[in-house]
Write a protein that binds this ligand. Structure first.
Ligand code: DGY
Length: 322
């Protein structure tokens, strides 16, 4: 009889994933589905060989150093892994895996929602309905802007960036991007490469952030960067909140240098700078880029595949990031 692996599962997964976990693993889990502080998780991690976590579990160096020696693999059900100190994990010989690809389309869909919400003043328009302040149809009322007449600049033409570009083309947008290296023609698909961020900013009527959070990209959209955008640009961020300098973005939204912003991610989320809540030109969502039934099942299954592959398969993860 093959041995049943013992794992810690930090959050409640969609039902099909939970069914599989119950069938194929011995699961340790905390009570209730909410982010738990590490001391609580560590208390039940003893004897576990793997952990299934999400972006709500921050695994910093100190936490990783206190994990039981039995842990061999940390599988995060996310494409991003900036919540895990990879250097510390590597130093302990831990395998870390993520779930790329399966959330690309859902996140790209959401990015377009953010763009349309910001460009068409959805927050203000919805407030007219919710607060019963809708007067009459007006030739000059609630005017937004046509996204099809604007250029989109994508910072980070990876999987999600390319999927955003595909959708934006259907709206008639002209696509520009900046990656350190030019993407292959298939990915580029007619988009214009800029070898510097500054050059991209100069043409970005709509700036879409699709970069990972790394020491190089944190705070990259600061006052200097915002000053290089065309007047009245729109900022869209479905990647990570810490790519932007909040103070600079909020100032630009107040001054009108930025016409609007569509934001799904925030530095320090779920807490966010309260001014984002108050500004009428901010269309904000609570980090729901991958939040569709199908995609969350795929993400959960992928994380489980990674655990199974390491713990019951040949010891090799499918998508290692360490
Ligand atoms: C990710 O996967 O990194 C997202 O931010 C969560 O869906």
């Amino acid at each position: 009889m093959p041995r049943t692996p013992v794992i810690l599962v930090a959050r409640t997964l969609p039902a099909p994933c939970e069914d599989r976990l119950a069938r194929d693993f011995i699961v340790h889990r905390p009570a209730g589905d909410c982010p738990h502080p590490w001391p609580e998780l560590l208390a039940i991690a003893e004897g576990c060989e793997g952990m299934l976590v999400s972006v709500s579990e921050k695994l910093d160096r100190a936490t990783i150093e206190t994990l039981p020696a039995s842990i061999r693999v940390i599988a995060t059900m996310s494409v991003g892994f900036d919540h895990i100190d990879l250097a510390a994990a590597k130093a302990r010989g831990l395998i870390v895996t993520n779930t790329p690809d399966v959330l690309t389309e859902a996140t790209a869909d959401l990015t377009l929602l953010l763009l349309l919400g910001a460009a068409r003043r959805a927050k203000e328009a919805m407030a007219l309905i919710a607060e019963d302040r809708w007067g009459a149809w007006s030739p000059t009322g609630m005017l937004g802007v046509d996204i099809g007449r604007r250029r989109m600049g994508i910072l980070g033409l990876g999987r999600i960036g390319a999927a955003v570009a595909r959708r934006a083309r259907a709206f008639g947008m002209d696509i520009h991007y900046h990656n350190r290296r030019r993407a292959e023609a298939r990915v580029e698909d007619g988009a214009t490469w800029h070898d510097t961020l500054d050059s991209l900013l100069a043409v970005s009527d709509v700036l879409v952030l699709n970069a990972a959070s790394t020491p190089e990209t944190r705070g990259i959209i600061n006052a200097r960067a915002l000053a290089l955008l065309p007047e009245g640009a729109i900022l869209v961020n479905s990647a990570r909140g810490d790519l932007v300098d909040d103070e600079a973005v909020i100032e630009a939204l107040i001054s009108g240098r930025l016409l609007a912003a569509g934001l799904d991610v925030f530095r320090g989320e779920p807490k966010l700078d309260p001014r984002y809540r108050d500004l009428p030109n901010v269309f904000a969502l609570p980090h729901i880029g991958s939040a569709t039934i199908e995609t969350r099942v795929d993400m959960g299954m992928f994380a489980i595949d990674n655990l199974a592959s390491v713990l019951s398969g040949g010891g090799k993860p499918l998508t290692p990031v360490t």
